[in-house]
Write a protein that binds this ligand. Sequence first.
Ligand code: GLV
Ligand code: MN
Ligand code: MN
Length: 419
Amino acid sequence: MAENKQQLNPRAERLQADIDALAGMIDGSRPGYTRRPFTPWYRESRAWLAGRMREAGLTTRIDAASNLIGFLPGADPSLKPIAIGSHTDTVNGGGRFDGIIGVLAGIEIARLLKETGTVLRHPLEIIDFTAEEPSEFGISTVGSRGMVGNLTPVMLELVDAATGTTLREAIAGQGGDPDRLAEEARKPGDVALYLELHIEQGPVLERTATRLGVVSGIVGIVRAKATIVGDPNHAGTTPMTLRYDALGAAFERLCRERYEADVVGTIGKISNEPNASNVVPGKVTFELEIRSLDPEVSGRVFRLFEEEAARVGQARGLRVQVDKLSESSAIRVAPDVLSVLADSCAEVGSWRELPSGAGHDANQMAVIAPIGMLFVPSLAGKSHCPEEWTDTDEVADGVRALAGALLRFDERAVLGERG
Ligand code: GLV
Ligand code: MN
Ligand code: MN
């Protein structure tokens, strides 16, 4: 089929119009460009995306995990699909590009295939994964976990404390079918290849004046929730030596720097009860995460944290509980995938290989398929904030490189054998 393929040239103004359209479907009561999963704004954007997918010639469906999937048949029905995906949920106060350009890239490529009459050998799936960012249920990559059979029954019963809804209910409310997750879960070999275009979310490409990044590996993430229970008491009359101060313990002992090279740890979410200036904190709950490309290192740091938490709890007479919420494996991208991505990038502009410190749906898809990821620059390395920015021509170059890689991969005889 190689002979009917030509270069696919994305239309920058069409991509920008799509980015702008999604940037308008946000929760106005929250800062920045906030579109949390399972909300009216998410439902609105999902309906809009499904419409764009159908215009591009894809059939659409919602799978058991509530992912939106656009499908285009290939010329060879014996081949497994190549999937292109990312996410359109944002963090609270997030930006207009993280995840979003990956889904829009897939839709633009489908449009270009249609407009140029290009027929792929492989079927093509464009996927908008549900809830990639840490959700109100404490876990991230909800949809891609579900797609590969990593959404456990325990995870489905996690509760959004603000609404009392379980994750199971939220997925069902968004058109998914949690009871069919196991049946629909994809197995190694079910997907020929997974590709994702994303903003870098860091400063390397911009600082080195490089147009494109070929992702060499992605960090794994351990997330946990720690609860420290002390004893609430009067802040004026309780002597320092007689306090069971849950918040003091968290900050004095547990936030200490004890991380080694190539690993980062963050406590980014915290709640303190009763949270009054004149009461000794009685209960502190916080969520922490540890990220590394080396699973041995993140495992060791997490064990250190657990030991330290137990030691501090005992020394201070506090009850400390640490519950692991989730763990995603770090991945390394296969050399043959890297070399095809590099060839495609070289046709578009300058490129370099770099690892990803951010997690992606690709971490989950790697359980069942070879994966490849491309980055485009992030202005000032900023992400997860309203200032997140990538120029339209940079997004278009990323789409062009992704499309070129898709055509190259599509011509290969065997894909997915490593799944
Ligand atoms: C996703 O953006 C993550 O890295 O947390
Ligand atoms: Mn993302
Ligand atoms: Mn993100």
